[in-house]
Structures are given as structure tokens and as C-alpha cells.
Ligand binder design. Structure first.
Ligand code: FRU
Length: 455
């Protein structure tokens, strides 16, 4: 096992990272007996992807995480615990995940869906494989939810460049219902980590008319093979009658306009979902670049938990994500004292030409700027050491703002920069590895509404 790294200015203060080793997808997230359980794809033995465990962290408030021993581990034959979901069934937690057995003959894994249950979220009992693989190279990452109208469980699996929809009465016996998505979405990248959730936010939850079908938010992540110029997270609003999906939009749209947003997953059983404002969290990374990113022995970080909603916009739908409400109270006012490498959460009333300048002293600056209806994160003027090969190729993230004036929130914490504009309708998530601690934050042509620091 690796020793935990010494804290540095790249260590996140407000974000969850593995105490040591490697982290990728958040998986199996569930709220249970008053606590948010966060499991994640984890290799505790090295800061590289490798034998996959389910690491475990627990929080009361989604901000302060306590780390616990891994709940799922590789089998003696090397079968790994890939991504999956946890649901509440009566008084037990039921986890469905992909058991991935290395197959040296094809340099791939054989992916089957496996079940484990738990009474407390800390100790799991294995129930073995519940869904075999008919020979597909990619069939993984079960997203499981209850479909209220039919009373059945639904499971969505990513299978190459399409999704499979399965149903079950008991979470163990599964029947394939239909497939969805062929020809839609980004044209490159294998699909992974689907998300299916009842439509969050203020829009109607059903289509109009008697017996109208329920609306759902469906998300996929196009991963391995996607060039690093954008994140592969994409969403579409669909109806679901329990046997098939019908798209309510022409095509998928991007979830995040930065480079490093992947494998988002909501918490099952989240009390905030009853208010239609559920939380999700994502891995702040891109498969094309993360393996070569600087590491202090803990490689990878998760985004801030975000409250997700979908809004009607003209004839279409728009996803919004805002940092969890409790974040504002987790910082103290940013006065004139040095930031000392802490995390900064700043909200600005913008105008044309607004610049939020993150000043890293001798390492240079990272700028978040508004020009007309464009929001841009510019990483090109900051020395990021080994990461500069990435910023040289893709130094900027740019997005069009639906309404150019408004509030911009910038959250910078160690190795992660997140921007939220236009009430979360545009978000940008980018990894950063500045060669010096954050020294100052300057705002030009904009009015600071609130600025906080966590040291
Ligand atoms: C996505 C992914 C999943 C898989 C897991 C393995 O990042 O490739 O498809 O379950 O990571 O760690």
C-alpha cells in the first residue's frame, strides 16, 4: 500500500480525492441512514488505473468526507469490481456492478453483472453473477432505478455505442427490453457509465395529456477513444414506459463545456431528490489525458457535488448544475489576508469583458473571462510543469452563454477549477496543475458578490 501524500497547494480542501493511489468513477452512490455513501473506482496499490476496488468515503453534508476501507475488492483470479449502482430495497442496499475478468487472449475483460447486498453500506455480501454476457466486448456500468408506473426495476447498460434497457421484479432476474441511442451523440468514444434519473428540476415530470409518460434524464459518457478537446458527458431527455426510451430532443447535448468532467452519478435515495433537486458528482478527468497528469501519490479528484435540474427552454430542454447549497457556508470571507494555497469560491456579477484572474505568482495566471456571449477558461498563461503538454494543445475551454450578463461562480481548489455561469446552465470543469500556490484573485470589469476561502 502507498503512504498518503504530504499536503501541497494541489491538495483539494473541499473536494473528495482518494487518500492515496488512483481514483476514477464515483459508483454505487447512495444515501442511507442519514449518511451519503460515496464509493469510487479505486486502485489503492498505485497512482495508476489497475486492479479495481470500490473505495469508500462517507459524509453527512457532502463536503467533509471520512475515508473507510474498500467495500469491494478484486477476486483472487483477478476479476475486478467495475462501476455500478446501489439501490435501497426494503431494509437492504442492493448493489449491481460489473465484474470484469481479465481475458489475456483478447487483452480485454469479460464483463458480467454481479450483485452484492449490505445492511449498513460498510460490509457487503456477494451474491454472484446475475446477468451473463452474450459475448459483447463492452457491456458494463449498470444504472439501476425503480420505474414507478410499472413498479419494476430498470437497468441501463452501456454496450459499445448504444444502451441496453433491462427490467426486473426482484433485481436478480433480468429481461432485455430494448436498445437505445445508436447513431446519436458524439461520433467517437466508447459509451460508459449511463445515468437514468427521473427528470429533476421545475419542468413538468410527465408529458402533457391523460396518462402522459414520465420524463427522465438520460446521460452517457463517451470515453476511451474520445479526443481530449472536450468532455464526453452528454444528456438527453426521454420518456420511458418501462420497456423503451423515446427521445424528447433531437440529439444528446454536452453536460459540461470543460475538458474534465466524466462518469457523473447521482445519489440513490437522496432526500434532495424528493424536492426534485438531486445531487450528483463526477470524476474530474478525461481518459485521454489523466494517465499522464502530475501526481503526488493520489491521482484524481471528484467534482464538487452539484444539484442537478432540467429546464424548459423554448421547445427544448436545458440541463443546469449548481454547487451544493452548503458550499457557500463552508468558506470564510476572503479578506486581504494571503490565500495561502487555499480553495476560493467567488461569485461575480458580470459584464462584457469581465475577467476573474487567478494569480499563481511566479507560475503565472489562469483567467476566466466573458467576451460578448462567450465564457472562456484560459490555462495558457500558467506554468503547469508536466501538464503543460495538455494545456499547450487545449489551453482554452469556451462556451456560448444563453444570456451573457449574469452571475459567474468560480470555484478553484488545488488541482481543480469549476465555473458555473447563467444559473448553472453552463459549467466548465478543468484540471489545473499550477507550479505555485494561488496567491491572489483579481476581478476586472465585474462586481464581486461574494468571495470565500477555505484554507
Ligand atoms: C469509466 C470506466 C467504466 C468502468 C470503469 C473501470 O471511466 O471505464 O466503464 O466500469 O471505468 O474502472
Amino acid at each position: 500500500m502507498l503512504a498518503p501524500p504530504a499536503p501541497s497547494h494541489l491538495t483539494p480542501r473541499l473536494h473528495c480525492a482518494a487518500p492515496r493511489g488512483w481514483i476514477n468513477d464515483p459508483c454505487g452512490l447512495v444515501w442511507w441512514e442519514g449518511q451519503y455513501h460515496l464509493y469510487y473506482q479505486h486502485n489503492p496499490c498505485a497512482d495508476m488505473w489497475g486492479p479495481m476496488y470500490w473505495g469508500h468515503a462517507v459524509s453527512d453534508d457532502l463536503l467533509r468526507w471520512r475515508h473507510h476501507p474498500a467495500v469491494l475488492r478484486p477476486d483472487p483470479d483477478g476479476t475486478m469490481a467495475f462501476t455500478g449502482s446501489t439501490v435501497v430495497d426494503g431494509d437492504r442496499l442492493v448493489t449491481l456492478y460489473t465484474a470484469a475478468k481479465p481475458d489475456p487472449t483478447v487483452f480485454q475483460t469479460v464483463q458480467r453483472q454481479r450483485c452484492a447486498t449490505s445492511g449498513d453500506g460498510f460490509a457487503f455480501e456477494d451474491e454472484g453473477i446475475v446477468l451473463d454476457n452474450p459475448g459483447l466486448p463492452d457491456m458494463r456500468d449498470p444504472a439501476v432505478v425503480r420505474h414507478p408506473e410499472s413498479g419494476r426495476w430498470l437497468m441501463v447498460l452501456a454496450a459499445g455505442r448504444e444502451l441496453m434497457l433491462w427490467s426486473s421484479d426482484n433485481l436478480r432476474d433480468w429481461r432485455e427490453e430494448s436498445r437505445f441511442g445508436r447513431g446519436l451523440g458524439l461520433a467517437t468514444g466508447v459509451w460508459e457509465c449511463p445515468v437514468l434519473m427521473p427528470l429533476p428540476g421545475p419542468a413538468p415530470a410527465r408529458v402533457d395529456g391523460a396518462g402522459g409518460e414520465s420524463l427522465w434524464l438520460l446521460v452517457i459518457h463517451a470515453g476511451i477513444g474520445l479526443p481530449p478537446d472536450r468532455s464526453g458527458a452528454q444528456y438527453i431527455v426521454v420518456t420511458c414506459d418501462g420497456t423503451r426510451f423515446t427521445p424528447m430532443m433531437e440529439d444528446f447535448l454536452p453536460v459540461d463545456s470543460g475538458h474534465d468532467f466524466y462518469a457523473a452519478q447521482p445519489w440513490a435515495n437522496d432526500p434532495a431528490a424528493a424536492r426534485r433537486s438531486p445531487h450528483w458528482i463526477a470524476w474530474a478527468a478525461h481518459w485521454a489525458t489523466i494517465l499522464g497528469s502530475p501526481s503526488d501519490g493520489s491521482r484524481g479528484v471528484l467534482t464538487i457535488p452539484r444539484q442537478v435540474s432540467v429546464h424548459r427552454e423554448g421547445a427544448g430542454w436545458r440541463l443546469a448544475q449548481e454547487p451544493l447549497a452548503a458550499l457557500a457556508a463552508a468558506t470564510e470571507p476572503l479578506g486581504s489576508q494571503p490565500i495561502g494555497g487555499g480553495a476560493v469560491d467567488i461569485e461575480v456579477e458580470t459584464a462584457d469583458g469581465t475577467r476573474v484572474v487567478l494569480d499563481y505568482g511566479p507560475a503565472g495566471v489562469i483567467t476566466v473571462g466573458i467576451d460578448g456571449d462567450r465564457l472562456t477558461v484560459d490555462r495558457s498563461q500558467c506554468d503547469m510543469g508536466q501538464w503543460s503538454y495538455v494545456t499547450a494543445a487545449i489551453s482554452q475551454s469556451t462556451a456560448v452563454l444563453p444570456s451573457p450578463q449574469g452571475r459567474l461562480r468560480v470555484l478553484v481548489d488545488g488541482r481543480l477549477l469549476e465555473c458555473f455561469a447563467d444559473r448553472g446552465r453552463v459549467t466548465m470543469t478543468d484540471l489545473i496543475f499550477p507550479g505555485a500556490p494561488l496567491a491572489r484573485v483579481r476581478v476586472e470589469r465585474g462586481e464581486i458578490v461574494r468571495a470565500g476561502v477555505a484554507r
